[in-house]
Write a new protein. Structure first.
Length: 382
């Protein structure tokens, strides 16, 4: 195969190049595996967790190999830089020879108002974009955790919000266009988020809200684990139905995700808009897996938190049952899943007679059901 095949075929995929470490710096695989294994065991024994794990392992490996691993890593970086420079020169030469070659289009990002006319988008995310403040406390303070007083901490401000994070991840994982639909106020935080969005890897459609821009404050321990947090998402809860409906109809997304920060009314508007428009919902998991071959919008719900996981079961949301369901994918953690179950039970979601047809469709025999009942009873005894 010619070395310039990727360019000749105008492919937009990447090329994986494996560059081994120079032989004179190489360490035997068996020897380094023993050293790493011993370092990991020592790390577990000392109870080292979180972000402290990697620095500890690197230091121990360097000590055990008497600096050989550090020299090997430095040599590998230098060799990668050398090979990368040679590839860049060769690529520039190839591009100069082929006047018809066009580099892959770069992701285009725009900042628009809800009244702007925008083109369709493959992926749409509706929900929160917020200013995040992360506070990291010292371990000695956490042991006592005094209340009614201020505590010293390291603080970091960044753009966040669940919908923002989903859109950001989608833009990294896919070459398809991504658009975030969110709301902001008229305060300085709103200006900061607009400036941030100018360099984002996805489109942002800002809808003006009547409340202050969303904020999220998190308190972490030294390992980066969440201790507690507070969120002000009133501006997101105030998203207007007409604006949301307009954005969905304009964007015609193939994949639509929303977070639990929006109101039940907005959730219902999303479901009704998809149902009433030409972008009908997917009917089964097999359809989800084959979404590239079929028309329709896949709907994902990110529960966000325990209190907000209940939003899809609150009035006036009409959450249909399979095969006429409104949501195809849900991404809860175990606590959010429990909250969703309790909300579904309290709302009478499990009382519908249509569930029997769904259960019968699994072909579960009475003997299997009886066995499951016995297993659950035994589990409840312990």
């Amino acid at each position: 195969m010619r070395s310039d095949a990727n360019l000749s075929l105008e492919l937009q995929s990447g090329i994986a190049i494996f560059n081994p470490i120079p032989k004179e710096y190489a360490i035997s695989q068996k020897g380094i595996e023993i050293v790493i294994s011993e370092a990991v065991q020592e790390c577990d024994r000392l109870g080292i967790r979180g972000k402290d794990v990697t620095p500890f392992l690197l230091k121990r490996v360097v000590e055990q190999t008497k600096g050989q691993s550090l020299s090997a890593n430095i040599a590998l970086i230098e060799n990668n830089a050398r090979v990368g420079a040679e590839i860049a020169l060769a690529l520039a030469s190839l591009e100069g020879q082929k006047s018809t070659f066009q580099p892959p289009p770069q992701p285009k990002h725009t900042i628009v108002d809800s009244t702007s006319r925008e083109s369709v988008t493959d992926i749409m995310v509706i929900g929160s974009m917020a200013v995040d403040l992360t506070c990291t406390l010292q371990s000695t303070i956490l042991k006592q955790m005094p209340l009614q007083t201020s505590l010293p901490a390291r603080m970091h401000t960044s753009a966040g919000g669940v919908a923002h994070n989903v859109a950001l991840a989608a833009s990294y994982a896919s070459s398809r266009p991504v658009r975030l639909i969110t709301a902001i106020g008229t305060d300085p935080d709103a200006s900061w988020l607009r400036e941030y969005a100018q360099n984002a890897s996805f489109d942002v459609s800002f809808i003006s809200g009547s409340a202050e821009t969303a904020r999220y404050v998190a308190i972490h321990d030294q390992d980066g684990e969440l201790v507690t947090a507070a969120a002000d998402m009133k501006v997101i809860e105030g998203l207007r139905d007409d604006d949301v409906r307009t954005e969905i109809m304009r964007g015609k997304p193939k994949f639509l995700a929303f977070d639990g920060n929006i109101s039940p009314q907005t959730v219902n508007t999303i479901f009704l808009t998809i149902k009433e428009s030409d972008i009908t919902g997917i009917l089964s998991m097999s359809s989800v897996l084959m979404r590239g071959l079929m028309s329709g919008t896949i709907v994902l719900f990110e529960p966000t938190s325990v209190p907000k996981a209940r939003v899809v079961f609150e009035d006036p949301v009409e959450l249909g049952l399979f095969p006429n369901h409104s949501v195809d994918i849900v991404t809860p953690n175990i606590f959010e899943l429990k909250a969703m179950y309790e909300a579904a039970r309290e709302s009478g979601f499990f009382e519908s007679s249509e569930w029997w047809a769904i259960l019968d469709g699994f072909g579960i025999t009475s003997q299997f059901r009886q066995g499951m009942v016995l297993v659950i009873r035994r589990l409840l005894m312990y």
